[in-house]
Design a protein around this ligand. Structure first.
Ligand code: MN
Length: 431
Protein backbone atom coordinates (compact mmCIF):
# COMPACT_ATOMS: atom_id res chain seq x y z
CA UNK A 1 0.00 0.00 0.00
CA UNK A 2 1.30 3.42 -0.89
CA UNK A 3 2.31 5.64 2.01
CA UNK A 4 -0.17 8.57 1.96
CA UNK A 5 2.57 11.22 2.17
CA UNK A 6 4.27 9.74 -0.92
CA UNK A 7 1.33 10.30 -3.26
CA UNK A 8 2.93 11.97 -6.30
CA UNK A 9 -0.27 13.93 -6.90
CA UNK A 10 -0.06 15.72 -3.55
CA UNK A 11 0.53 19.44 -3.90
CA UNK A 12 1.25 21.87 -1.10
CA UNK A 13 -0.29 25.30 -0.53
CA UNK A 14 3.29 26.38 0.21
CA UNK A 15 5.17 27.31 -2.94
CA UNK A 16 7.66 24.69 -4.13
CA UNK A 17 9.83 25.67 -7.10
CA UNK A 18 10.39 23.24 -9.96
CA UNK A 19 13.43 21.08 -9.25
CA UNK A 20 13.40 21.76 -5.50
CA UNK A 21 14.76 18.96 -3.31
CA UNK A 22 11.93 19.37 -0.80
CA UNK A 23 8.48 18.93 -2.35
CA UNK A 24 5.59 17.90 -0.08
CA UNK A 25 6.44 14.24 -0.84
CA UNK A 26 9.79 14.60 0.97
CA UNK A 27 9.03 15.81 4.52
CA UNK A 28 12.49 15.33 6.03
CA UNK A 29 13.32 15.88 9.69
CA UNK A 30 15.93 18.21 11.11
CA UNK A 31 16.73 20.54 13.99
CA UNK A 32 17.05 24.30 13.63
CA UNK A 33 17.40 27.48 15.64
CA UNK A 34 15.29 30.52 14.77
CA UNK A 35 16.31 34.20 14.80
CA UNK A 36 14.65 34.37 18.22
CA UNK A 37 16.97 31.64 19.52
CA UNK A 38 14.30 28.97 19.67
CA UNK A 39 15.67 25.48 19.03
CA UNK A 40 13.14 23.08 17.58
CA UNK A 41 12.70 19.95 15.55
CA UNK A 42 11.33 20.79 12.15
CA UNK A 43 10.61 19.78 8.63
CA UNK A 44 10.94 21.55 5.31
CA UNK A 45 8.70 22.18 2.32
CA UNK A 46 10.17 24.22 -0.53
CA UNK A 47 12.06 27.15 0.99
CA UNK A 48 10.10 26.99 4.24
CA UNK A 49 11.29 25.57 7.55
CA UNK A 50 8.40 24.30 9.63
CA UNK A 51 8.59 24.37 13.42
CA UNK A 52 7.13 21.05 14.55
CA UNK A 53 7.30 22.06 18.22
CA UNK A 54 4.84 24.89 17.55
CA UNK A 55 2.84 22.72 15.13
CA UNK A 56 2.40 20.10 17.88
CA UNK A 57 1.58 22.70 20.57
CA UNK A 58 -1.17 24.12 18.37
CA UNK A 59 -2.80 20.71 18.14
CA UNK A 60 -2.00 19.65 14.60
CA UNK A 61 -0.78 16.20 15.72
CA UNK A 62 -4.00 15.58 17.62
CA UNK A 63 -4.75 11.86 17.93
CA UNK A 64 -1.13 10.76 17.47
CA UNK A 65 0.41 9.51 20.72
CA UNK A 66 3.34 11.89 21.24
CA UNK A 67 4.82 13.36 24.42
CA UNK A 68 4.16 17.12 24.78
CA UNK A 69 7.79 18.09 24.29
CA UNK A 70 8.56 15.53 21.58
CA UNK A 71 9.58 18.19 19.06
CA UNK A 72 10.82 20.91 21.42
CA UNK A 73 14.21 19.28 21.63
CA UNK A 74 17.67 19.81 20.23
CA UNK A 75 17.90 16.33 18.72
CA UNK A 76 15.66 13.84 16.98
CA UNK A 77 16.78 10.92 19.15
CA UNK A 78 13.57 10.58 21.20
CA UNK A 79 11.37 10.87 18.14
CA UNK A 80 13.50 8.29 16.32
CA UNK A 81 13.28 6.03 19.37
CA UNK A 82 9.47 6.02 19.06
CA UNK A 83 9.70 3.81 15.98
CA UNK A 84 8.40 3.51 12.47
CA UNK A 85 4.69 3.63 13.30
CA UNK A 86 5.05 7.11 14.86
CA UNK A 87 7.35 8.39 12.09
CA UNK A 88 4.79 7.40 9.49
CA UNK A 89 1.80 8.90 11.35
CA UNK A 90 3.68 12.19 11.86
CA UNK A 91 4.88 12.42 8.29
CA UNK A 92 1.44 11.59 6.89
CA UNK A 93 -0.17 14.24 9.14
CA UNK A 94 2.27 16.91 7.95
CA UNK A 95 1.47 15.96 4.35
CA UNK A 96 -2.24 16.27 5.13
CA UNK A 97 -2.07 19.69 6.81
CA UNK A 98 0.14 21.23 4.12
CA UNK A 99 -1.90 19.77 1.25
CA UNK A 100 -3.49 22.40 -0.98
CA UNK A 101 -6.94 20.92 -0.30
CA UNK A 102 -6.59 21.37 3.47
CA UNK A 103 -7.75 24.77 4.73
CA UNK A 104 -6.91 24.43 8.41
CA UNK A 105 -3.47 26.00 8.66
CA UNK A 106 -3.63 27.52 5.17
CA UNK A 107 -6.33 29.90 6.45
CA UNK A 108 -4.81 30.56 9.87
CA UNK A 109 -2.21 33.31 9.47
CA UNK A 110 -1.69 33.59 13.23
CA UNK A 111 -0.61 29.96 13.42
CA UNK A 112 1.50 30.29 10.28
CA UNK A 113 3.43 33.11 11.93
CA UNK A 114 4.76 30.82 14.67
CA UNK A 115 5.08 27.64 12.61
CA UNK A 116 6.52 28.68 9.24
CA UNK A 117 9.91 30.33 8.69
CA UNK A 118 12.01 31.25 5.69
CA UNK A 119 14.61 28.49 5.54
CA UNK A 120 17.32 31.13 5.02
CA UNK A 121 16.42 32.72 8.33
CA UNK A 122 17.01 29.65 10.44
CA UNK A 123 20.28 27.92 11.24
CA UNK A 124 20.40 24.18 10.80
CA UNK A 125 21.92 22.21 13.67
CA UNK A 126 23.17 18.64 13.89
CA UNK A 127 19.86 16.71 13.76
CA UNK A 128 20.82 13.90 16.11
CA UNK A 129 22.95 13.44 19.14
CA UNK A 130 25.17 10.88 17.43
CA UNK A 131 25.45 7.81 19.63
CA UNK A 132 27.89 5.51 17.94
CA UNK A 133 29.26 6.09 14.49
CA UNK A 134 30.31 3.16 12.34
CA UNK A 135 31.73 3.46 8.86
CA UNK A 136 31.51 0.67 6.34
CA UNK A 137 33.60 0.02 3.26
CA UNK A 138 30.89 -1.34 1.02
CA UNK A 139 31.76 -0.08 -2.45
CA UNK A 140 33.64 -2.79 -4.28
CA UNK A 141 35.04 -0.27 -6.75
CA UNK A 142 36.35 1.93 -3.91
CA UNK A 143 37.83 -0.99 -1.96
CA UNK A 144 39.50 -2.28 -5.10
CA UNK A 145 40.92 1.12 -6.09
CA UNK A 146 42.29 1.85 -2.60
CA UNK A 147 43.62 -1.70 -2.34
CA UNK A 148 45.55 -1.30 -5.59
CA UNK A 149 47.11 1.97 -4.40
CA UNK A 150 47.92 0.87 -0.84
CA UNK A 151 48.90 -2.77 -1.45
CA UNK A 152 49.20 -3.41 -5.17
CA UNK A 153 46.86 -5.05 -7.69
CA UNK A 154 47.46 -8.62 -6.47
CA UNK A 155 46.15 -7.93 -2.97
CA UNK A 156 43.65 -5.21 -3.87
CA UNK A 157 40.46 -6.82 -2.54
CA UNK A 158 41.19 -8.72 0.67
CA UNK A 159 39.78 -12.27 0.78
CA UNK A 160 37.25 -11.39 3.50
CA UNK A 161 35.69 -8.52 1.54
CA UNK A 162 33.17 -10.58 -0.45
CA UNK A 163 32.06 -12.43 2.71
CA UNK A 164 31.13 -9.54 5.01
CA UNK A 165 30.45 -5.79 4.97
CA UNK A 166 33.83 -4.62 6.27
CA UNK A 167 33.64 -1.64 8.63
CA UNK A 168 35.26 0.09 11.58
CA UNK A 169 34.08 2.01 14.62
CA UNK A 170 34.40 5.71 13.97
CA UNK A 171 34.27 8.71 16.25
CA UNK A 172 30.90 10.35 16.95
CA UNK A 173 32.15 13.46 18.79
CA UNK A 174 33.55 14.96 15.59
CA UNK A 175 30.48 14.42 13.40
CA UNK A 176 29.41 17.94 12.47
CA UNK A 177 26.54 19.48 10.56
CA UNK A 178 26.99 20.68 6.99
CA UNK A 179 28.51 24.15 6.81
CA UNK A 180 30.86 23.64 9.75
CA UNK A 181 34.38 24.69 8.79
CA UNK A 182 36.91 21.86 8.76
CA UNK A 183 40.36 22.44 10.21
CA UNK A 184 43.22 20.76 8.35
CA UNK A 185 44.58 18.25 10.85
CA UNK A 186 48.12 17.64 12.02
CA UNK A 187 49.30 14.07 12.19
CA UNK A 188 52.18 11.67 12.03
CA UNK A 189 53.28 11.24 8.45
CA UNK A 190 56.07 9.21 6.87
CA UNK A 191 57.48 11.28 4.00
CA UNK A 192 58.17 9.33 0.80
CA UNK A 193 61.57 7.62 0.90
CA UNK A 194 62.10 8.36 4.64
CA UNK A 195 62.26 5.97 7.56
CA UNK A 196 61.36 8.48 10.32
CA UNK A 197 57.89 10.01 10.56
CA UNK A 198 57.24 13.71 11.16
CA UNK A 199 54.36 15.52 12.88
CA UNK A 200 52.92 17.98 10.38
CA UNK A 201 49.69 19.16 8.73
CA UNK A 202 48.27 16.68 6.25
CA UNK A 203 49.05 17.41 2.63
CA UNK A 204 46.52 14.80 1.48
CA UNK A 205 43.22 16.26 2.69
CA UNK A 206 40.48 14.25 1.01
CA UNK A 207 36.71 13.82 0.98
CA UNK A 208 34.78 10.57 1.08
CA UNK A 209 31.49 10.87 -0.77
CA UNK A 210 29.16 8.77 1.35
CA UNK A 211 25.65 8.47 2.62
CA UNK A 212 24.85 7.43 6.18
CA UNK A 213 21.76 5.98 7.79
CA UNK A 214 20.36 6.60 11.23
CA UNK A 215 18.81 3.83 13.28
CA UNK A 216 16.19 3.56 15.99
CA UNK A 217 16.77 1.15 18.90
CA UNK A 218 17.60 -2.06 17.08
CA UNK A 219 18.55 -4.80 19.55
CA UNK A 220 19.34 -5.45 23.18
CA UNK A 221 22.88 -6.43 24.04
CA UNK A 222 23.35 -10.11 23.22
CA UNK A 223 20.52 -10.22 20.69
CA UNK A 224 20.60 -9.75 16.94
CA UNK A 225 18.31 -8.77 14.08
CA UNK A 226 17.92 -10.71 10.88
CA UNK A 227 18.82 -9.25 7.54
CA UNK A 228 15.15 -9.32 6.50
CA UNK A 229 14.03 -7.40 9.61
CA UNK A 230 16.89 -4.92 9.67
CA UNK A 231 15.32 -2.37 7.32
CA UNK A 232 12.48 -1.76 9.79
CA UNK A 233 14.95 -0.15 12.19
CA UNK A 234 16.34 2.41 9.77
CA UNK A 235 14.87 5.90 10.20
CA UNK A 236 16.44 7.71 7.30
CA UNK A 237 19.51 8.80 5.41
CA UNK A 238 21.81 11.80 5.04
CA UNK A 239 24.66 12.84 2.77
CA UNK A 240 27.94 12.30 4.50
CA UNK A 241 31.50 13.49 3.92
CA UNK A 242 33.90 11.34 5.88
CA UNK A 243 36.92 13.65 5.64
CA UNK A 244 40.19 11.73 5.38
CA UNK A 245 43.86 12.63 5.66
CA UNK A 246 45.41 10.04 3.38
CA UNK A 247 49.04 10.49 4.42
CA UNK A 248 48.16 10.09 8.09
CA UNK A 249 45.90 7.16 7.25
CA UNK A 250 48.56 5.42 5.19
CA UNK A 251 51.12 5.42 8.01
CA UNK A 252 48.78 4.63 10.92
CA UNK A 253 46.33 2.07 9.51
CA UNK A 254 48.39 -1.09 10.03
CA UNK A 255 47.22 -3.27 11.74
CA UNK A 256 44.08 -1.83 13.39
CA UNK A 257 42.66 0.32 10.62
CA UNK A 258 41.63 3.98 10.38
CA UNK A 259 42.14 6.22 13.40
CA UNK A 260 43.33 9.86 13.49
CA UNK A 261 43.42 10.14 9.71
CA UNK A 262 39.61 9.99 9.87
CA UNK A 263 38.45 11.11 13.31
CA UNK A 264 39.18 14.85 12.95
CA UNK A 265 35.80 15.49 11.28
CA UNK A 266 32.88 14.00 9.37
CA UNK A 267 30.15 16.25 7.92
CA UNK A 268 26.49 15.34 7.53
CA UNK A 269 23.63 17.07 5.72
CA UNK A 270 21.09 18.60 8.13
CA UNK A 271 17.83 17.10 6.85
CA UNK A 272 17.28 13.39 7.44
CA UNK A 273 15.38 11.92 4.50
CA UNK A 274 13.13 9.15 5.78
CA UNK A 275 13.21 5.65 4.33
CA UNK A 276 9.49 6.13 3.75
CA UNK A 277 10.21 9.06 1.42
CA UNK A 278 12.86 7.02 -0.40
CA UNK A 279 10.58 3.99 -0.80
CA UNK A 280 9.58 4.78 -4.44
CA UNK A 281 13.26 4.80 -5.44
CA UNK A 282 14.13 1.26 -4.36
CA UNK A 283 16.11 -0.64 -6.95
CA UNK A 284 18.43 -3.59 -7.33
CA UNK A 285 22.05 -3.20 -6.33
CA UNK A 286 24.86 -5.11 -8.06
CA UNK A 287 24.43 -8.87 -8.15
CA UNK A 288 26.48 -10.32 -5.30
CA UNK A 289 28.96 -12.52 -7.07
CA UNK A 290 29.66 -14.65 -4.04
CA UNK A 291 26.76 -16.01 -1.99
CA UNK A 292 27.31 -14.80 1.57
CA UNK A 293 26.69 -16.98 4.63
CA UNK A 294 22.95 -17.45 5.35
CA UNK A 295 22.77 -14.74 8.05
CA UNK A 296 23.72 -12.15 5.41
CA UNK A 297 21.58 -13.49 2.57
CA UNK A 298 18.69 -11.30 1.54
CA UNK A 299 15.76 -13.02 -0.15
CA UNK A 300 13.99 -9.80 -1.06
CA UNK A 301 14.93 -7.89 -4.19
CA UNK A 302 15.19 -4.12 -4.67
CA UNK A 303 17.37 -3.71 -1.61
CA UNK A 304 19.18 -0.64 -2.87
CA UNK A 305 18.12 2.90 -3.78
CA UNK A 306 18.61 4.96 -6.90
CA UNK A 307 20.19 8.07 -5.36
CA UNK A 308 22.19 10.29 -7.69
CA UNK A 309 25.21 11.78 -5.96
CA UNK A 310 27.78 14.35 -6.91
CA UNK A 311 30.66 16.22 -5.34
CA UNK A 312 32.03 19.60 -6.37
CA UNK A 313 34.67 21.96 -5.09
CA UNK A 314 34.06 25.69 -4.93
CA UNK A 315 37.29 27.66 -5.09
CA UNK A 316 37.73 31.01 -3.35
CA UNK A 317 36.91 32.94 -6.55
CA UNK A 318 33.44 31.33 -6.52
CA UNK A 319 33.97 28.81 -9.35
CA UNK A 320 32.09 25.59 -8.89
CA UNK A 321 34.03 22.59 -10.21
CA UNK A 322 32.28 19.25 -10.57
CA UNK A 323 34.58 16.49 -9.32
CA UNK A 324 32.49 13.35 -9.59
CA UNK A 325 29.03 11.92 -10.18
CA UNK A 326 28.07 8.55 -8.77
CA UNK A 327 25.04 6.67 -7.42
CA UNK A 328 24.16 4.93 -4.16
CA UNK A 329 22.98 1.89 -6.14
CA UNK A 330 26.59 0.93 -6.95
CA UNK A 331 27.15 -0.20 -3.34
CA UNK A 332 27.77 -3.93 -3.11
CA UNK A 333 26.51 -4.50 0.45
CA UNK A 334 23.03 -3.24 1.37
CA UNK A 335 22.12 -1.23 4.46
CA UNK A 336 20.13 -4.23 5.77
CA UNK A 337 23.16 -6.46 5.40
CA UNK A 338 25.33 -3.86 7.13
CA UNK A 339 22.92 -3.56 10.05
CA UNK A 340 22.32 -7.32 10.41
CA UNK A 341 26.08 -7.86 10.31
CA UNK A 342 26.61 -5.13 12.92
CA UNK A 343 24.26 -6.85 15.40
CA UNK A 344 25.30 -10.42 14.52
CA UNK A 345 27.71 -10.69 17.47
CA UNK A 346 25.12 -9.27 19.87
CA UNK A 347 26.46 -5.72 19.84
CA UNK A 348 23.53 -3.37 20.50
CA UNK A 349 22.69 -0.61 18.04
CA UNK A 350 20.67 2.27 19.47
CA UNK A 351 18.46 5.17 18.45
CA UNK A 352 20.64 7.91 17.00
CA UNK A 353 23.44 5.65 15.84
CA UNK A 354 24.98 6.63 12.53
CA UNK A 355 26.19 4.07 10.00
CA UNK A 356 28.19 5.33 7.03
CA UNK A 357 28.14 3.58 3.67
CA UNK A 358 31.82 3.95 2.94
CA UNK A 359 33.01 5.92 -0.06
CA UNK A 360 30.63 5.38 -2.96
CA UNK A 361 32.65 4.92 -6.11
CA UNK A 362 31.09 3.99 -9.41
CA UNK A 363 32.67 1.86 -12.13
CA UNK A 364 34.10 4.71 -14.21
CA UNK A 365 36.89 7.16 -13.50
CA UNK A 366 34.55 10.16 -13.32
CA UNK A 367 32.40 8.38 -10.73
CA UNK A 368 34.99 7.82 -8.00
CA UNK A 369 34.05 9.12 -4.55
CA UNK A 370 37.41 10.41 -3.29
CA UNK A 371 40.28 12.55 -4.55
CA UNK A 372 42.58 9.62 -3.76
CA UNK A 373 40.89 7.69 -6.55
CA UNK A 374 40.05 10.62 -8.86
CA UNK A 375 43.72 11.67 -8.99
CA UNK A 376 44.95 8.08 -8.61
CA UNK A 377 46.97 8.63 -5.46
CA UNK A 378 47.95 12.15 -6.51
CA UNK A 379 49.57 11.03 -9.77
CA UNK A 380 46.93 12.53 -12.06
CA UNK A 381 46.05 16.03 -10.80
CA UNK A 382 42.72 17.61 -11.70
CA UNK A 383 42.82 21.06 -13.35
CA UNK A 384 40.12 23.40 -12.05
CA UNK A 385 38.37 26.24 -13.91
CA UNK A 386 40.74 28.83 -12.46
CA UNK A 387 43.71 26.92 -13.88
CA UNK A 388 45.00 25.66 -10.54
CA UNK A 389 45.56 21.96 -10.02
CA UNK A 390 44.44 19.69 -7.21
CA UNK A 391 45.64 16.31 -6.10
CA UNK A 392 44.02 16.74 -2.70
CA UNK A 393 42.23 19.80 -1.27
CA UNK A 394 43.76 23.19 -0.52
CA UNK A 395 42.90 25.47 2.37
CA UNK A 396 39.93 27.59 1.35
CA UNK A 397 38.40 24.85 -0.82
CA UNK A 398 34.69 24.43 -0.18
CA UNK A 399 33.58 20.84 -0.81
CA UNK A 400 29.91 20.35 -1.66
CA UNK A 401 28.09 17.02 -1.88
CA UNK A 402 24.58 16.84 -3.30
CA UNK A 403 22.16 13.98 -3.79
CA UNK A 404 18.65 13.35 -5.03
CA UNK A 405 16.23 10.73 -6.34
CA UNK A 406 13.98 11.45 -9.29
CA UNK A 407 11.34 9.73 -11.35
CA UNK A 408 8.99 11.29 -13.88
CA UNK A 409 6.77 12.73 -11.14
CA UNK A 410 8.72 13.44 -8.00
CA UNK A 411 12.18 14.58 -6.97
CA UNK A 412 13.26 13.74 -3.43
CA UNK A 413 16.50 15.55 -2.61
CA UNK A 414 18.92 15.60 0.27
CA UNK A 415 19.94 19.25 -0.01
CA UNK A 416 23.68 19.52 0.47
CA UNK A 417 26.54 18.56 2.71
CA UNK A 418 29.30 21.16 2.66
CA UNK A 419 32.52 21.96 4.43
CA UNK A 420 35.21 24.58 3.83
CA UNK A 421 38.78 23.69 4.66
CA UNK A 422 40.59 25.99 7.09
CA UNK A 423 44.37 26.17 7.57
CA UNK A 424 45.79 24.07 10.38
CA UNK A 425 46.80 25.72 13.65
CA UNK A 426 50.44 25.54 14.56
CA UNK A 427 50.51 23.60 17.82
CA UNK A 428 52.13 25.96 20.36
CA UNK A 429 53.74 23.23 22.39
CA UNK A 430 55.63 21.74 19.47
CA UNK A 431 59.24 22.80 19.10
MN1 MN B 1 34.65 6.54 5.12
Amino acid sequence: MQIAANNPNNKSWLNVAEGCDFPIQNIPFGVFITKDDIITIGTRIGEYAIDLGAFHQLGYFEGIPLTDDMFMQDSLNDFISDGRKTWRLVRNRIAEIFDSKNERLKNNLKHQEVIIFDVNEVEMLLPISVGDYTDFYSSKEHATNVGIMFRGAENALMPNWLHMPIGYHGRSSSVVVSGTKIRRPYGQILPAGETQPVFMPTSAMDMELETAFITTDVNNLGERVSVEEAGEYIFGMVLFNDWSARDIQKWEYVPLGPFLGKSFASSMSPWIITMDALEPFKCNGPKQEFTPLPYLQQESTENSYDIKLKASVETENGDLNLLTETNFKHLYWTMSQQLAYHTSNGCNVRAGDLLGSGTISGPTKNSYGSMLELTWGGKEPITLKDGTKRTFFNDGDHVIIRGYCKDDKVRIGFGKCTGKIMPSIEPKHIK
